[in-house]
Design a protein around this ligand. Structure first.
Ligand code: ATP
Ligand code: MG
Length: 394
């Protein structure tokens, strides 16, 4: 007789469990974030029990495995398994395992295995090591050609004994960890088409920030393709960051004005500061508490400690630069893992690369820059940018 087992996604949350008094807020946010992914792809029930979430899928065009990999992008989760739930009954467990192990073996044979048991219900009479060895013996009796290997098993049968039920699973999808998006508030990501800024956004969302994004576009000097590329990047990082809106600033006029009026060796730094002034306003309008950039110290001439200091003076918010101490190779590695790299290297121009001086100042002094900036009517520039703002839904 085939044993009735109910398929469920077993979700393991991460470090938020350490957060003391705020724990319930983190748990609620994580549940909301999980549900907003599920709402798009299936009908389901979700339950919570002692540090685990269980999702029962009723109807979907996707497999459990596919849904699990979508959920892996929700920060706050460390791992997800497709598990089978049976009643809490020791004999039933062994019978189930004999059928389950055979079924898996027939699909894809393995030569070694181990059993790992977690007895969360301490009232369960048999200790976890004993459950594991009895379960192992049962599996060996139906699959006599395989062997136990505790250290490098071909397959690991996990058993979790809870109050009413026992869960059995054999594979875990590794998720990204971090903190549920939204628990730290919102921040504005300055998103260019490059490799760095999408990664900066990913890293800060991992610490619980929900993202808004701003992109400075200088048509016709920067093409429609360049803008499409930024929209594509925004879409790739959306599942991690809940980035729903990209604010496109039409920046040609301010850039021309800066070019005409300011010393050419100061163009880059003044342009960055003007970007900051505009970003301040967008951050205020969209309830953001910080501004995120993809700058990394000394990566390019404009990212010296002096330049960053002078840029910061134009910001009304904390400027978060999570890549500040990273090497380019490390950033590229992350971009490959997250899936932004191929898009980032498409060869379209950025507004920072037009109108640049041959020998830009790499060690600007604030007073000197403030002096040069006096020729600009900053309020008017910001107003122009805000009035012409284009908001793209991601
Ligand atoms: P990236 O790889 O993110 O493009 P970068 O190495 O090209 O960065 P810079 O051009 O100095 O470095 O830009 C530094 C940061 O300034 C970017 O990471 C991004 O946060 C912001 N930035 C630059 N250009 C733009 C733009 N057109 N729109 C929005 N933000 C921008
Ligand atoms: Mg760039």
């Amino acid at each position: 007789m085939k044993i009735q087992a109910i398929k469920t996604l077993l979700i393991k949350p991460g470090e938020m469990m350490l957060k003391g008094d705020n724990r319930h807020l983190f748990e609620k946010q994580l549940k909301d974030n999980i549900q907003s992914v599920l709402d798009e792809v299936c009908t389901y029930n979700i339950t919570t029990e002692s540090g685990r979430y269980y999702v029962y899928i009723n109807k979907s065009d996707y497999t459990e495995q596919e849904i699990a990999s979508m959920l892996c992008k929700v920060f706050g989760i460390v791992g997800i398994s497709v598990a089978y739930r049976i009643e809490q009954d020791e004999q039933l467990l062994y019978e189930f395992l004999s059928q389950f192990s055979k079924q898996i073996y027939e699909k894809s044979p393995f030569s070694t295995f181990r059993v790992t048991t977690k007895r969360a219900d301490k009232d369960f009479p048999t200790q976890s090591t004993e459950v594991s060895s009895k379960a192992g013996a049962v599996i060996l009796s139906v699959l006599p050609d395989i062997k136990v290997d505790l250290f490098h098993p071909g397959i690991n049968f996990n058993i979790e004994i809870r109050k009413k039920h026992i869960y059995v699973y054999h594979e875990e999808y590794k998720a990204h960890g971090g903190i549920p998006v939204g628990t730290s508030g919102k921040a504005l990501l300055m998103l260019s088409g490059g490799i760095d800024s999408p990664i900066a956004g990913y890293m800060m969302a991992k610490r619980g920030l929900q993202l808004e994004a701003v992109y400075f576009h200088s048509a016709p000097y920067t093409s429609e393709k360049a803008k499409e590329k930024v929209i594509d990047l925004a879409k790739i990082i959306k599942p991690y960051t809940q980035l729903n809106r990209l604010h496109v600033v039409h920046f040609t006029k301010p850039q021309m004005e800066i070019y005409e009026k300011c010393p050419h060796n100061e163009l880059t730094i003044i342009m960055r500061r003007v970007m900051m002034y505009v970003a301040n306003e967008i951050a205020r309008m969209s309830n953001c508490k910080g501004i995120i950039t993809g700058e990394s110290l000394a990566q390019v001439a404009s990212q010296t400690i002096e330049s960053l200091t002078v840029t910061d003076h134009a910001a009304d918010f904390l400027v978060l630069r999570p890549l500040i101490g990273m090497d380019k190779a490390e950033i590229v590695d992350m971009a490959r893992k997250i899936g932004t790299f191929e898009t980032s290297i498409e060869p379209y121009e950025d507004c920072c690369t037009i109108f640049v001086a041959k020998h830009p100042k790499t060690r600007p002094v604030l007073d000197r820059i403030l002096q040069s900036e006096k020729v600009l009517d900053i309020d008017k520039i910001v107003e122009h940018c805000i009035l012409n703002l284009e908001v793209v839904r991601i």
